[in-house]
Design a protein around this ligand. Structure first.
Ligand SMILES: Nc1ncnc2c1ncn2[C@@H]1O[C@H](COP(=O)(O)OP(=O)(O)OP(=O)(O)O)[C@@H](O)[C@H]1O
Length: 438
């Protein structure tokens, strides 16, 4: 069913129509003006100029509509939306727009009904006006998280009328302390503007609470890229959009929750919870060895790897792994089936995590033992290790399995370099020196 509303913009008639999928604006003569600052809006009566395309040429679809409401004081309907810069590019960057139109006297109730219809469609199955606890690490990545939040993310959250409780992390481990004590009833989501380190702290903080199971299920986690690698963000949104704070902010408002398996890692007498990768060998030393180069951004990963490969170092390890799939074809099929069915896995009510024997228990007979010198052993829940490194292309977020890459021994600089050369598109799995298991 089509719903329509006739409004005006400086006496010019404008028609709004909503068909359940998107909102179309017809007759706005300067709709191309996008929001540049948090208080601006595109409502000045200027003729269309060369500033940009007219965003109203196509309907604004439900996912891009942030707020549609009637302001009784100004007698105006306001539409807050994000609009792609290039309509024909599904990966296009998006901009924030605010449209305002005058509602004629006597049309107030029709306008209120129209707003309710559009908002119901735009937020079907989602929480409107989310209450957000925002954690910003001012020193994450290239120390731009605060600026990213103030200039790109805050305007989107405000446009969607989310409430924000913003806190800056003040020391290492602060995010964990905050997550340990956060009031679960007070917020719909906890949003990190940081890298993966702060997300790790939040997850570990939530899981160390007496009400850990409830906390990790109830408090959704929103991720705004503000770190160096932002591996979780690019694994969820792709390499380009995973570094786009505006797109990530829209996901916090309009995305659907995705369940992610958490791995338990026991080390000495402490238990950690890991959500990305577990690393041993050159990939971990490449990371540790470039800690002081964080100013380089994610380029430091490549530099660290080159240094490690050139050194030709191998690392002794004794491991036992319970392998579910060894054949590359089976692993690919497992991924394709999950990807094609694309059903959203609701978080299971069943809390039984998969358990493995304690380190002191005997290793089960059917497990595979690795007692060798390796170049690297890299298990992951997420497909991307970093931008340009699709290390585990078949990793799935909630299949209860870890994807593993293993290179035994060392194979010379050129052969190992060839593996890393192919990792950008995930083609390294075809290399003879790489074992990939699930
Ligand atoms: N105020 C602070 N002073 C010093 N360290 C901090 C502060 N706030 C947070 N940290 C620490 O900074 C570390 C790195 O943070 P973060 O994850 O945001 O960035 P990153 O490591 O550059 O990103 P990525 O993991 O994507 O490479 C975290 O382990 C966190 O404990």
């Amino acid at each position: 069913m089509i719903h329509s509303l006739k409004v005006t913009k400086v006496l010019h008639p404008v028609e709004l129509t909503y068909d359940g999928e998107g909102l179309r604006i017809e007759g706005d003569f300067n709709a191309h003006k996008k929001v540049k600052t948090r208080h601006a809006c595109g409502c000045f009566p200027l003729p269309p100029g060369p500033q940009g395309p007219d965003p109203t040429l196509l309907p604004i679809d439900n996912t891009h509509l942030l707020q549609v409401f009637y302001n009784g004081k100004t007698h105006m309907i306001q539409i807050h939306a994000i609009i792609p810069q290039h309509f024909d590019d599904p990966q296009s960057p998006v901009d924030l727009y605010k449209f305002m139109y005058t509602v004629e006297r006597g049309q107030e109730q029709a306008c209120l009904d129209f707003c309710t219809t559009v908002m119901d469609g735009a937020y079907k199955g989602l929480v409107m006006k989310k209450r957000l606890k925002v954690l910003i690490n001012p020193f994450g990545g290239q120390s731009k998280a605060k600026e990213i939040f103030d200039t790109q993310v805050r305007p989107i959250f405000e446009a969607a009328k989310c409430s924000m409780d913003v806190q800056y992390t003040e020391y290492q481990g602060h995010a964990m302390d905050i997550a340990k004590q956060v009031d679960l009833q007070a917020y719909d989501a906890m949003v990190t503007v940081s890298g993966d380190g702060v997300i790790h702290e939040v997850i570990n903080g939530l899981l160390s609470r007496p009400d850990a199971h409830q906390a990790i299920r109830q408090l959704l986690l929103g991720v705004i890229p503000g770190g160096t690698g932002n591996a979780l963000s690019i694994s969820m949104l792709g390499e380009r959009r995973g570094f786009d704070p505006i797109y990530a902010a829209v996901q916090v408002i309009k995305g659907r929750p995705l369940a992610l398996d958490i791995c338990s890692v026991a080390y000495d007498d402490h238990r950690y919870y890991s959500f990305l990768s577990q690393n041993y060998g050159i990939t971990s030393y490449a990371d540790l060895g470039t800690e002081h180069l964080r100013w380089m951004g994610d380029g430091r990963t490549v530099l660290g790897l080159l240094k490690e490969i050139m050194s030709g170092t191998t690392y002794g390890m004794e491991t036992a792994v319970d392998i579910a799939m060894t054949s590359k074809e089976t692993i690919q099929r497992h991924y394709d089936t999950a990807h094609d069915s694309a059903t959203w896995v609701e978080m299971s009510e069943n809390d039984d995590a998969m358990t493995i024997p304690a380190l002191t228990d005997p290793v089960p007979e059917e497990w595979t033992k690795i007692d060798d010198n390796v170049s690297f052993f890299l298990a992951s829940k997420t497909p991307y290790l970093a931008r340009g490194m699709l290390s585990h292309p078949c990793a799935l977020p909630n299949d209860g399995l870890l994807d593993l890459l293993l290179v035994r021994g060392t194979h010379g600089f050129l052969k190992q370099l060839a593996v890393f050369d192919k990792v950008e598109k995930g083609a390294h799995l075809d290399s003879k020196i790489v074992s990939s298991w699930v």
